[in-house]
Design a protein around this ligand. Structure first.
Ligand SMILES: C[S@@+](CC[C@H](N)C(=O)[O-])C[C@H]1O[C@@H](n2cnc3c(N)ncnc32)[C@H](O)[C@@H]1O
Length: 295
């Protein structure tokens, strides 16, 4: 834990299994095994929001998933997501072993967007070689145009993780760490296992998938109005991009069904200030680590 410090849990909403961490931006985050308990009005709102988007519209959204993400990047260019400087704090596997100059860590960022995870990592650790892919051609192009992009340290390519074979761009069992950061939530739940199977092939035996994504009962889940619900814990935003909210059980079952082993699988709770509405909002993420078994 570099820039952060584990604290004693003294919050009134802390559970006994929680660890509280002070983050570099001054906020606090806790980890725990239990889902966030909803307030009565939140539970009521969720249970009332049961009408599903029609099958026809759902099929259209699935067909146009790539187009909708590409349009998202057309509108927002590289300005939407903040750089994610927390990845090495949260996942020690991302620190390359530098005992020997030729010891490199090979990573794959699956669904890399415009590089908000990728570039901070490459800057921080010179011993990393990164493969990175996304199905939005615009996002891939933004990465290539970034002044920090260096083809000697990084290979970025376009790929739909649910259907294009990663082996076309990444050698078999060559990757130490696959990062899935806020990506699986954008994939239809019935296709998530295809993504996990695809990355399984390029992972070295005994190596890891690092996962962070929206957790069940996150504030964003409660903000969806009626007519945005696609299925259980699955919603569509105004721009046609979709978001799933993960429970720890669902994720574990998904990874185990493909053959991975569970290492860590826990909720991360943060209180963040929504400056526009001057509101403190409860964010919930699921943060996990799964391993491809040793041969
Ligand atoms: C919320 S963004 C996260 C981007 C990046 N990982 C980050 O942390 O900033 C989700 C990304 O997943 C990509 N994506 C969604 N479905 C995908 C698929 N089937 N194959 C490849 N990329 C996909 C989208 O294009 C988008 O860039």
């Amino acid at each position: 834990m570099n820039e952060s410090k584990a604290l004693q849990s003294n919050s009134s909403i802390a559970h006994t299994d929680e660890v509280i961490i002070a983050c570099e931006d001054g906020s606090f985050q806790k980890t725990g095994q239990k889902t966030r308990i909803l307030r009565a009005e939140e539970a009521k709102q969720l249970s009332e929001n049961q009408v599903l988007v029609s099958d026809f519209k759902q099929q259209k959204l699935e067909k146009e998933a790539q187009k909708n993400w590409d349009l998202f990047y057309k509108r927002n260019s590289t300005n939407f997501f903040k750089d994610r400087h927390w990845t090495t704090r949260e996942f020690e596997e991302l620190k390359a072993c530098c005992k020997f100059a030729d010891q490199k860590l090979t990573i794959l960022e699956a669904g890399c967007g415009v590089g908000n995870c990728l570039f901070p990592l490459l800057e921080e650790d010179l011993n990393i070689f990164a493969y990175a892919c996304d199905f939005s051609p615009r996002a891939v192009e933004y990465i290539k145009q970034n002044p920090l992009y260096d083809a000697k340290r990084c290979k970025v390519f376009q790929c739909d993780l649910t259907k294009d074979d990663l082996l076309e761009n990444v050698p078999l069992e060559s990757v130490d760490v696959v990062m899935l950061i806020f990506v699986l939530s954008a994939v239809h739940p019935e296709k998530m296992h295809l993504v996990l199977r695809n990355i399984y092939k390029v992972l070295k035996p005994g190596k890891y998938v690092l996962f962070r994504d929206y957790g069940l009962h996150d504030h964003a889940m409660l903000r969806f109005k009626s007519a945005c619900k696609l299925g259980e814990n699955f919603y569509v935003r105004q721009d046609g991009t979709r978001s799933y909210f993960f429970s720890d059980e669902f994720l574990a079952e998904l990874f185990l069904s493909v053959g991975y082993e569970e290492m860590v699988n826990e909720y991360v709770f943060r209180e963040t200030l929504n400056k526009k509405e001057n509101l403190c909002v409860p964010r919930v993420f699921l943060q996990s680590k799964f391993r491809k078994p040793q041969k």
